[in-house]
Design a protein around this ligand. Structure first.
Ligand code: C2E
Ligand code: MG
Ligand code: MG
Ligand code: MG
Length: 281
């Protein structure tokens, strides 16, 4: 085996490689049928003010696999992107969100509630992305203000003018834009002011290291100051402890999302959470 490993022609018959390759093609087949059979479900993770008011949620997709159960987006989104399936999956996700928002608004729960939806680079670069997005919201008679889009810095590296134009198109429909995983990408600070964004989302990797590492704490402080000076709202993701929340609050962060407040939960669970809040209020 070790001798053969140097020769590409033998590598093909490496049993481990072959097992991987066939697992991968099984996944591809299953993913295509998951799209056809609409096996995706949307979970919601609360977004909360310092005072504890739930102002919204991030929608996070899961694949409800008939045998394997819930499959994480980290496992299937990269494959879905390669297969060109993300546009359709994203559309199904938005439809599910709109149905839930309709229900919450009908039930008098959170008329001010904003649901953040992740949009991947592949979805965003489709020509008719904004038109289709807006049409879906319109069909469900949801206010565009109830939906926010999360984009990542990686989308802002090339074709900047096209990206800005598309963002403006979204904004003209009253859809706000949040910059997800902020600080982990490579976008140039000098360009940041050109993008019509509304919110910076501090990546959870910074929040995780903030207490053990002075440099990370400084980075967080800088991100918050930068956001404030650009007039943006700031939300931190991955807030797991009260100490993290308090430190972020002391630096000027105003919105929080993370296990401390709640794990991503089903639509029914999120409805119950909203109902509970209504009673308390
Ligand atoms: P993201 O947008 O940065 O989402 C945050 C991830 O962090 C979620 O993982 C969430 O469950 C997790 N998380 C939240 N709070 C905490 C915490 O306190 N501690 C820790 N350790 N983790 C926390 P998830 O749900 O597995 O999603 C992973 C990624 O998949 C997302 O990262 C997003 O990039 C992508 N994704 C999820 N749903 C969608 C979708 O509908 N469309 C697209 N295009 N991408 C999606
Ligand atoms: Mg996100
Ligand atoms: Mg994020
Ligand atoms: Mg992240």
């Amino acid at each position: 085996q070790s001798l053969a490993a140097g020769r590409n022609v033998f590598r093909f018959f490496d049993p481990a490689m072959q097992a991987l390759a066939s697992q991968r093609s099984a996944l591809e087949v299953e993913l295509r049928s998951a799209v056809a059979q609409r096996q995706f479900v949307v979970h919601y993770q609360p977004q909360v003010t310092f005072e504890g008011d739930v102002v919204g949620a991030e929608a996070l997709v899961r694949w409800q696999h008939p045998v394997k159960g819930m499959v994480s987006p980290a496992l299937f989104i990269p494959v879905a992107e390669e297969l060109g399936l993300m546009e359709e999956i994203g559309h199904q996700v938005l439809e599910a969100i709109c149905r839930d928002l309709e229900e919450w608004q009908r039930g008098g729960l959170g008329s001010e509630l904003v649901v953040a939806v992740n949009v991947s680079a592949q979805e965003f670069k489709v020509d008719h992305f904004v038109a289709r997005f807006h049409e879906t919201i319109r069909q469900h008679r949801i206010s565009s203000k109830a939906v926010k889009v999360e984009l990542t810095e990686s989308m802002m590296i090339d074709r900047i003018d096209e990206v800005i134009e598309k963002m403006n198109e979204l904004k003209s429909h009253d859809v706000a834009i949040s910059l997800d995983d902020f600080g982990t990408g490579y976008s140039s600070l000098s360009y940041l002011g050109r993008f019509p964004i509304d919110q910076l989302k501090i990546d959870q990797s910074f929040v995780r290291r903030m207490q053990d590492d002075a440099a990370t704490a400084s980075i967080i402080r800088s991100i918050i100051m930068l956001g404030q000076s650009l007039g943006l709202s700031i939300i931190a993701e991955g807030v797991e402890t009260m100490e993290q929340r308090d430190l972020l609050h002391a630096q000027g962060c105003t919105l929080y999302q993370g296990y401390w407040y709640g794990r991503p939960m089903s639509g029914e669970q999120f409805t119950a959470l909203l109902e509970g809040r209504q009673r308390v209020a």
